[in-house]
Design a protein around this ligand. Structure first.
Ligand code: MGD
Ligand code: MGD
Ligand code: SF4
Ligand code: MO
Length: 737
């Protein structure tokens, strides 16, 4: 029997709607869902492989426990008992002795979105790490200081802008990040078709730069200097105009003073961009009807990541493009609470033990995880939980991190694969596949270029005896809370729900303020405690039905009745509503950020020469983990060192021949790809490769391993404001191998 199901793709931030044809309970074909109002049928090659990921024989179906060095299958009961046996005494003695690492797929997983926070709370450890500190943390920090909340991140209004300036992002390949938009290629075409301009700043002439009206190569790590020089020109030319945002913004004069030293001439040697180009970029941007700057990975995972994240929003603001159509706007997720409490953002509420690095968003930099494991003393990390993460390949200095993992007393991983990281685990708890869980984008609705909501029911049923990921994580939380391995997690979730309802009826800002908790509980929809928790969240959100307060509003049932998703239209201006700083203002010149400017000035005054390494993403792979799907990795060698022809000639390197790449972190040998895509002086390696380890179960990936570029990155330095690792602009030496 042939059936059709609709589901959001969980593999990247574009959140495409998929149409999945099933035959006899197996996925036959996956296409883009043309009835989806947001993605309109778009998908990329990865989206077609969810069935293959589900059917992958290497995907774990049963828990593994390590016995005498090899992983053997055990029952769920035995696996959880093993976890409890090891974690309970460690936690009883010192909660900080157990660390947790949360990887990227958590943000695409509604079960994790609900279950991870209770797990972290139950652990009560300071040693919380995540992929955010190899990714977007600088943007959270700058948003926190500027707008009051680290999740108040403005996104480019892609569909209405006339001038899009992209720095350090390649959305034609990555499909975008911190800017959810299915079909970036189509949306960029539309921009140019309506007469708009696309400018790309990147040391590599990327697939996005190929479509641009102008490609501006720059030296890695220098984006904030370029952006501040542009702001300098905007002030010098009298082009400052804050538009409708003016009443809500403070600190414009401080910015004017702060950018004075950053003239186009002063930063030219550092950025490699000549002053006339900077002036032209600034004037084009400031005089465009509607313009927006957008920066991503290449601007964040660098020594001045927070300054770059901030400078992007400063440029948008002083040119009148903050919170206006075609500029940088604030999405409004359907489940957002009706009112957000004002608070003042700060970091450093606690610090890491070994290197004294500040906490940011209640977590510590993953760059220091190995230090915490390997350095003896009080508070040493002895056990690690990983959930959907592969830090052995994705964190800096992977070799040292792997050594640290091998020295742990105990490690448990919630992960569907036995890979470079989980091979170190004593217990591996595999979740069901993505097609076996529901989907709803709790995070990406807040980063989306249109307001939308889409719920997807599971496409395939759970396998007998296989708990869903919500229950797996809840059971870990119960163990961490000292309740033992056999807790009834459904009863636990119902109890959590009851206390959430109690809190809501007592909260004057809640749409259910003053109501009878029993009545609210009785009205909840959903077939499982998880669904009821979700229903409660959506119905108390600003588009929710408020349990009768807003009868036309959303409920789980209404979302289920709209499998293609619901489009709430383009973004609308909402600055006064989103600024959650206690004084209700956007702080354009946060002192915490300005304090880092002297460091940038010093770097700009004495730029260093030498080859620099940057990373790149590839359309057919997602971070480090879809490499076990044959159709995604077959064909031409993908893991190559891209280098400009002049550099290759100078170093005696030939196309396709192996080169040795050396950095302070380590050495790799990798085939060369000579290409004028690279600017001279900069080389590029893809990231996510290095599948050549013993003890994994990745039969396809291990045949085409590539090299791990994070063998070259170092943990010696982190970006001081956000703790993000330095993954781009790495000094390297390249020679023939
Ligand atoms: N040099 C360099 N390093 C980088 C980057 C770079 O550009 N250059 N990029 C950084 C960025 S942006 C990121 S986000 C990080 C990513 O870093 P990580 O999150 O550590 O890495 P992923 O490759 O996304 O690993 C995902 C893991 O989750 C597992 N998984 C997949 N689906 C599920 C699921 O449904 N449930 C569970 N429990 N597990 C699942 C996979 O098997 C895999 O082990 O890497 C960072 N590292
Ligand atoms: N196909 C695919 N899509 C993905 C992913 C994937 O692995 N594969 N990963 C997903 C994840 S987790 C994320 S976070 C997003 C990331 O999405 P993007 O931010 O678009 O990531 P990249 O494609 O790595 O693009 C980073 C660009 O920065 C450039 N760059 C490096 N250093 C500098 C610098 O100092 N300045 C400037 N201006 N540019 C620099 C690089 O040359 C590269 O072109 O992609 C997501 N989408
Ligand atoms: S762009 Fe590709 S990987 Fe990303 S959501 Fe769409 S189909 Fe999935
Ligand atoms: Mo990421």
């Amino acid at each position: 029997m042939t059936t059709t199901a609709y589901r959001t793709c969980p593999l990247c931030e574009a959140c495409c709607g998929l149409e999945i044809t099933l035959e006899g309970g197996r996925v036959k074909v996956i296409r883009g869902d043309r009835a989806d109002p947001f993605s309109r049928g778009y998908l990329c090659p990865k989206g077609t492989t969810l069935g293959r990921l589900h059917d992958d024989p290497d995907r774990l179906r049963r828990p593994l426990v390590r016995r005498d060095g090899t992983h053997v299958e055990v029952s769920w009961e035995a696996a959880f008992a093993e976890v409890a046996r090891h974690l309970t005494p460690l936690l009883a003695k010192d909660r900080d002795s157990v660390a947790i690492y949360l990887g990227n797929p958590n943000v695409h997983n509604i079960h994790a979105a609900f279950a991870v926070r209770p797990l972290v709370q139950a652990l009560g450890t300071r040693n919380v790490y995540s992929a955010s500190t190899v990714d977007q943390m600088p943007k959270h920090v700058s948003a926190g200081y500027m707008f009051g909340h680290p999740l108040t991140i403005p996104v480019p209004d892609l569909d209405r802008t006339d001038h899009l300036l992209i720095l350090g992002a390649n959305p034609v390949v990555s499909n975008g990040s911190l800017a959810t938009a299915p079909d970036w290629p189509g949306r960029l075409d539309a921009l140019q078709a309506r007469g708009g301009r696309l400018v790309v700043v990147d040391p590599r002439r990327t697939e996005t730069a190929d479509r641009a009206d102008r490609w501006v190569p720059l030296r890695p790590g220098s984006d904030p200097a370029l952006l501040l020089a542009m702001v300098n020109v905007v002030f010098a030319d009298g082009l400052v105009d804050l538009g409708d945002a003016a009443p809500y913004v403070v600190g414009v004069d401080d910015v004017a003073t702060a950018v004075e030293p950053f003239t186009p001439e002063a930063v030219a040697r550092f950025t490699g961009v000549d002053p006339e180009t900077v002036r032209m970029l600034a004037r084009e941007f400031a005089t465009a009807e509607r313009a927006v700057a957008y920066g991503r990975i290449g601007t964040h995972t660098v020594p001045f990541g927070t300054l770059a994240a901030w400078a992007v929003d400063v440029l948008n603001t002083v040119t009148g493009n903050l919170d206006r159509p075609g500029g940088a706007m604030f999405p409004h997720a359907a489940h957002d609470p009706i009112r957000r409490r004002p608070r003042r953002f700060r970091t450093g509420r606690f610090r890491s033990r070994v290197r004294d690095l500040p906490e940011v968003l209640n977590e510590l930099p993953v760059a220091t995880l190995a230090d915490e494991i390997l350095t003896p003393g009080d508070g040493q990390v002895r056990a690690l939980i990983t959930v959907a993460g592969n830090p052995a390949l994705t964190a800096p200095d992977g070799a040292r991190l792997e050594r640290a993992l091998s020295e742990l007393e105990f490690m448990v991983s919630v992960d569907p694969y036995l890979n470079e990281t989980t091979r170190h685990a004593d217990v591996v708890l595999p979740p069901p596949s993505a097609l076996q869980r529901p989907h709803y984008d709790l995070q990406f609705q807040s980063l989306s270029v249109r307001n939308f909501a889409r719920w997807s029911d599971p496409v395939l049923p759970l396998d007998p005896d296989h708990p869903d990921e919500f229950r797996i994580l809840s059971r870990l939380a119960a163990i961490a809370a000292g309740m033992g391995p056999d807790t009834d997690v459904d009863a636990l979730a119902e109890a959590t729900l009851a206390s959430m309802v109690q809190a809501a009826v007592a909260d004057a800002d809640s749409p259910v303020a003053g109501r009878d908790p029993g009545e609210i509980l009785g009205m909840l929809e959903g077939d499982s405690p998880f669904e009821r928790l979700f229903d409660f969240k959506v119905r108390t959100g600003h588009r929710g039905d408020g349990f009768g307060a807003n009868p036309e509003g959303l409920t789980l049932g209404r979302l289920k009745a709209a499998p293609h998703g619901i489009d709430f239209g383009p973004l609308t201006p909402r600055l006064p509503d989103v600024v959650s700083d206690p004084d209700g203002k956007v702080r354009l010149a946060p002192p915490e950020i300005l304090a880092d400017l002297p460091r940038l000035r010093r770097a700009a005054e004495s730029p260093t020469n030498g080859l620099r390494l940057v990373g790149r993403r590839q359309l057919r792979t997602a971070n480090s983990w879809t490499h076990n799907i044959e159709v995604l990795v077959k064909g031409k060698e993908a893991c190559t060192l891209q280098i400009h022809p002049d550099d290759a000639a100078r170093l005696g390197l030939e196309d396709a021949a192996p080169a040795r790449v050396q950095a302070s972190g380590g050495t790799v040998v990798v085939p060369v790809e000579v290409t004028d895509r690279m600017m001279p002086g900069v080389v590029s390696l893809p990231y996510g490769w290095g599948h050549d380890r013993e003890g994994t179960r990745l039969s396809v990936a291990s045949r085409r391993p590539g090299v791990n570029m994070n063998l070259l990155t170092s943990t010696a330095e982190v970006e001081p404001l956000s703790g993000v690792a330095i993954l781009n602009g790495i000094p390297v030496e390249v020679s023939r191998a």
